[in-house]
Design a protein around this ligand. Structure first.
Ligand code: HSE
Length: 401
């Protein structure tokens, strides 16, 4: 018998508990041993919950109970979660987390502790919600040299963009709908400004290239500046605007991770990924491309990944099978965004129309005093140089993958 503690009884934590009890019989069969949830940690009271008898407020109850060998951290944030997870691992308890901020900030350290203590630190739920992506990259694609990863990594912004494109919904209405559905972060700025997707591309980059990539070193833009004209121009050009997290290996052996809105052409499957769905495209030297698709946020989709990690931790017992990546000095490993080579959608004031000749580009639209075009593939520094002295209204990268 292995006992589980769930840290945090919010959307994901309560989903984890409910899903565990809903499918307990088959979960136990798959784990190959009896399992039960002994504690749920939360500072709030839930007197009406059917699980009220399991609620505790003090992490030491869990840390000091040797019966608890499996922990699911669903609190979010780093402030408290970091210490709690670290202490659990130091006690040899395996931890599954849905907390992308924690993995993106502290992954290298926590993985090293898990390895040293012969337990596991799993985080399938931290990227892509229900989509299996961490384990496929670590296990099924392990024979490959990964060359690039790109995709829609945030459900809230994809939901908002879809509602804006298909239902002409206002940004604020679409956001509150996403919040009601439990997709958004506690502070939705993290979704809207790209930080959540940034944490996820950091995790995928660290996993793909074996060195920790920190969010502070990753160029990040969100969707708050996207306008109906951008969306209409993307359609005229032949695609859709999507918030993309991407990383690729460069010839100089550095990597280029970043998060930004992109025009994605209709032929690319990613362009038709809508609503809360996420999709991750992985390129490797043996596979060419593989795509992973599913619900990227929400109570049960995320709980699905947490509970799967619990099952794998129970099966692994005291064998450490989690992947490990090195800590790294990002200044020598992560390339600057100015050296990113890309085609770029650019919209300028019609009075600056002459600049289009410098790029040898064709006009996409010329209306309401603004003219738009797509540059050839150039470094972002070169694009900036050619645009010197020009009033740029909008600039959106074109997804090449
Ligand atoms: N706020 C996140 C999203 C939750 O919308 O994708 C899942 O990580």
């Amino acid at each position: 018998m292995a006992k589980i503690a769930v840290l945090g009884f919010g959307v994901v934590g309560s989903g984890t508990v409910e899903l565990f009890y809903r499918n307990k019989e088959s979960i136990i069969k798959k784990a190959g041993k009896d399992l039960d949830i002994k504690y749920i940690l939360d500072i709030r009271d839930f007197p009406d919950s059917p699980y009220a008898d399991k609620l505790v407020k003090d992490i030491n109850v869990i840390l000091n109970d040797d019966e608890v060998t499996l922990v699911a951290e669903c609190m979010g944030g780093v402030k408290f979660a970091y210490g709690f997870v670290k202490d659990c691992l130091l006690k040899g308890k395996s931890v599954a987390t849905s907390n992308k901020e924690l993995v993106a900030q502290k992954g290298a350290e926590l993985l090293a502790i898990a390895k040293e203590k012969g337990c596991n630190f799993f985080f399938e739920a931290s990227v892509g919600g229900a989509i299996p992506i961490i384990r496929p990259m670590h296990q099924c694609l392990a024979a490959n040299e990964i060359t690039a990863v790109a995709g829609i990594l945030n459900g809230t912004t994809n939901f908002i963009l879809t509602k804006m494109i298909e239902e002409n919904m206002k940004f604020s209405d679409a956001l509150s709908m996403a919040q009601k559905l439990g997709y958004a972060e506690a502070d939705p700025t993290a979704d809207v400004e790209g930080l959540d997707a940034c944490r996820k591309i950091c995790i995928l980059s660290s996993l793909a290239f074996g060195k920790h990539v920190y969010p502070d070193n990753v160029h990040t833009e969100g969707i708050s500046a996207i306008t109906p004209r951008d969306i209409a121009d993307a359609e005229k050009w032949g695609g859709a605007v999507k918030l993309i997290g991407a990383v690729r290996k460069l010839d100089n052996n550095k990597i280029m991770p970043y998060v930004a809105p992109h025009f994605v052409c209709r032929e690319n499957l990613i362009s038709s990924v809508n609503d809360v769905f996420n999709a991750v495209m992985v390129s490797g030297d043996a596979i060419d491309k593989a795509m992973f698709y599913g619900r990227g946020a929400g109570k049960f989709p995320t709980a699905s990944a947490v509970v799967a990690d619990i099952i794998d931790m129970a099966k692994a017992d005291k064998t450490s099978i989690s992947q490990v990546w090195e800590d790294a000095d990002n200044s020598t490993f992560v390339e600057k965004i100015e050296n990113n080579e890309t085609e770029m959608y650019v919209r300028v004031k019609s009075s600056d129309k002459a600049v289009i000749e410098k790029f040898g580009a064709e006009i996409i639209s010329d209306e309401n005093g603004e003219v738009s075009f797509v540059t050839p593939c150039l470094s972002e520094k070169e694009i900036e140089e050619k645009l010197t002295g020009v009033e740029v209204v909008s600039k959106i990268r074109i997804l090449a993958m």
